[in-house]
Design a protein around this ligand. Sequence first.
Ligand SMILES: [Zn+2]
Length: 473
Amino acid sequence: MFCRAITATLTAGLASLAVSAAGTAQPPESLSDSVMRHVRIDAPRLALTGLQLIDGSGAPARQDQTILIEDGRILAVGDRGGVTIPDGFDVVALDGRTAMPGIVGLHNHLHHPGVPVSHFAAPHLYLAGGVTTLFSAGSAAPMAELNMAGAVARGLGPGPDMRIAAPYVTGPEGNWVMPRPATPQAARDFVDYWASAGVAGFKLYRHVTPPIAAAIIDQAHTHGLTVTGHLCSLTFSEAAEMGIDRIEHGLISMSDLVEDKPAGECVSTLSSLTEADIDGPAVSAVIDTLVAHDVTLTSTLAIIESHFAHRPQGEPRALEMLSPVERAAYDARQTALAERRDTTRFTPALFDSILAFERRFAEAGGRLVAGPDNGRHIVAGYGDQRNLELLVEAGFSVPETVQIMTHNGAVELGLGEDRGLVQAGYRADLLILNGDLTADPAAIRTLEYVIRDGLAYDPASLAETVRGEVGLR
Ligand SMILES: [Zn+2]
């Protein structure tokens, strides 16, 4: 039943990822030593007891729950007294712990600025941080990403189920590493090629021109694939009316408020945003347009926070993952940030507006998803965890935040009937935290097990393997 539902949402273009796309669990015997050495529990039938459960639906946490897992799927979930543990199940007592679905990240790059593909550090760290499914949201080396996702799906290395984006599409004034289709027909040919190569979606970048954006969106939809955008040349409202499926980063990339903005041109938005009234009619109109056109918003608060001098910067555990060169770059950035602490651009008020915008969007009925947009000192996995903390700071309840980071992401990827919820029949992708997440969102940092396809991985072991490697490989 699940396979059929998922298959209906996927296109033939995903054939190269068929192992993971079909929703089948990976049997342990198909996994290499480089995967199995991070696995702590690999019983085919597992009963987890005594858990506080936040199930990904947005419902309040439930106490003293039992979760039965069989062959990589959740067999049953319920109160201790209501779930009978059958013979042959290995019981793991997890009193005092919190369970939630594995994170489904929608802006989870597999590259690091200057390093086109992070084939080693990123998959390890995503899994270590609790990400069990991701969309790479723009590729610098898409063939390498597609092959890496296939290798992980075949059990050659540890990592999440990785859905790969086509190369970013920009315009003549844009970033020089990105494709710039010259005509709408060239844009359509670009989409056809990457759809056949197996990408899961497309991403427009800041300087894309309106005719090229329109052609990419229209052609992607003929393949049943989605288009997102880190926008600037297009306003959010223009992109929504063009049929874009998703918009990245929220308020910080919104050019709708720029006065006399030249159509189709990317101009600085910051001064228009520092004065923005989040509850005023102009911002409300944009939000209403996004919701009316069913446009999803991807929250990337972790990377946005790194621009603001008044906010916490690098976490020690993340800094330890950086290569010496990346660590030196971090120190240099911190010096520069301290020197422009009096800036009038990245103000505390602007950061508050960025948080409020995401809450207003969700309150208006919009679907919010999340991803770290890893780069700088925001590393894979830990950046996703920071997003969770920041969404709570933005005013979402913990169950709402977990829903944004798990089931909403799964729905956005067309996998909402397969993952993102801790419910019977769903894929056994779940996180066990050694703390009470409802009392303190920082409990997300106490990840004890990351269960993917029913196998319980040790986050510390995964992270230790890539210490000092972020920015190298
Ligand atoms: Zn990004």
